[in-house]
Design a protein around this ligand. Structure first.
Ligand SMILES: NC(=O)c1ccc[n+]([C@@H]2O[C@H](COP(=O)([O-])OP(=O)(O)OC[C@H]3O[C@@H](n4cnc5c(N)ncnc54)[C@H](OP(=O)(O)O)[C@@H]3O)[C@@H](O)[C@H]2O)c1
Length: 313
């Protein structure tokens, strides 16, 4: 089958198309084959490719195949999902530690990673959602705030942040979105009560306090701004980072934590249903062929590109 391999740690040029044997389900009892149609390109893929995450990969070295998010068709039946079902999910790539990701024609998946894709949702939209939306949902779980709380979401123009804004609004919170000024209207439509334009940390803090003079109950920091934002959190509030490397020190009884997105079949099914029913919006920035993975990484690295870049397989 066709795959894209990381041939050595480095820039996007280390990504190369290669051929590998189709995975054999006999090698992993309980797992099922998924014939992939689309794979999302995540920030984590870039961090792994560059070697930044090498210390946590437990001796796994290139060549390996990147990729968390996927959408495709089941080759083998899974519990409750007949062969042929359109499914999406994500491979917990670092936790798996096998280097067999979704930049590939076929993967072996745990049934727990998979949820059915509603008819209204195409493969590219489905592949843009699993890791980001589950991480956003799980970050809000970690904040554990009562309905009606005031929540700041940073990186609101990004994929994880946009899902977090929508899910926090659906949970009945008052949402302040910190994102690009040009996205203010869209973020309000998605459920933000207020939008603060990104800028220098002092300006961002002043902007948030302008909307919430008594400070906010919780922050989900998808932009990894960290320390400077503690100034906007109430005593006894909560702060959840999208990265364990960017967690501020605890102070004034503020709970600090980092989210690590994990597969959750039931939750993913709810999120995909919501997407199909128009209750949740996703944004696909670009669709490139699998062979365009290096170009996709260049585009993500260049930033300022709201939405998930998806590889069609
Ligand atoms: N813990 C987990 O399990 C998990 C799972 C998924 C993602 N993540 C992490 O979550 C983060 C967001 O992921 P994503 O997929 O949403 O990435 P993304 O789509 O690139 O979004 C990140 C957003 O943050 C913005 N940003 C960067 N620095 C900022 C700043 N100082 N102030 C305000 N906005 C800023 C970016 O803008 P520009 O593009 O204009 O710079 C972009 O809009 C990444 O670090 C990713 O690795 C963690």
């Amino acid at each position: 089958m066709r795959v894209v391999e990381v041939t050595a740690y480095g820039g996007p040029e280390v990504l190369r198309t290669a051929t590998r044997p189709e995975p054999d389900p006999a090698d992993a009892p309980g797992r099922v084959r998924v014939r992939l149609r689309a794979a999302g390109v995540n920030q984590a893929d870039l961090k792994i490719r560059s070697g930044r995450l090498a210390p946590v990969l437990g001796g796994l070295n290139p060549p390996f195949v990147l990729g968390y998010d996927f959408a495709g068709t089941l080759v083998d039946p899974a519990p409750g999902l007949p062969a042929g079902t359109r499914v999406a999910g994500f491979v917990p790539w670092v936790a798996e530690g096998t280097g067999t990701g979704t930049y590939a024609e076929t993967i072996l998946a745990e049934p727990e990673w998979l949820a059915p894709v509603p008819d209204e949702v195409d493969f590219t939209a489905a592949a843009s959602l699993p890791l980001s939306a589950l991480t956003a949902a799980q970050a809000l779980d970690l904040l554990a705030l009562p309905e009606g709380s005031t929540v700041l979401v940073t990186g609101a123009s990004g994929v994880v942040g946009r899902f977090a804004v929508q899910l926090a609004a659906r949970a009945g919170h008052r949402v302040i979105a910190l994102g690009d000024a040009g996205d203010a209207h869209e973020l309000r439509v998605l459920g933000a009560d207020a939008v603060v334009a990104r800028g220098a940390p002092a300006e961002e803090v002043a902007g948030v306090l302008g909307f919430a003079p008594a400070r906010v109950d919780g922050v989900f920091d998808a932009a990894l701004i960290a320390g400077p934002l503690m100034a906007v959190v109430k005593d006894g509030g909560a702060f959840v980072s999208a990265s364990g490397e960017r967690v501020p020190g605890p102070e004034r009884g503020v709970r600090v934590d980092a989210v690590v997105g994990r597969p959750d079949r039931a939750r993913l099914e709810e999120l995909l249903q919501l997407l199909g029913a128009g209750g949740l919006a996703t944004r696909v920035a670009d669709v490139l062929p699998l062979e365009g993975a290096a170009e996709a990484h260049r585009r993500v690295e260049a930033g300022h590109r709201p939405g998930r870049i998806v590889l069609m397989i």
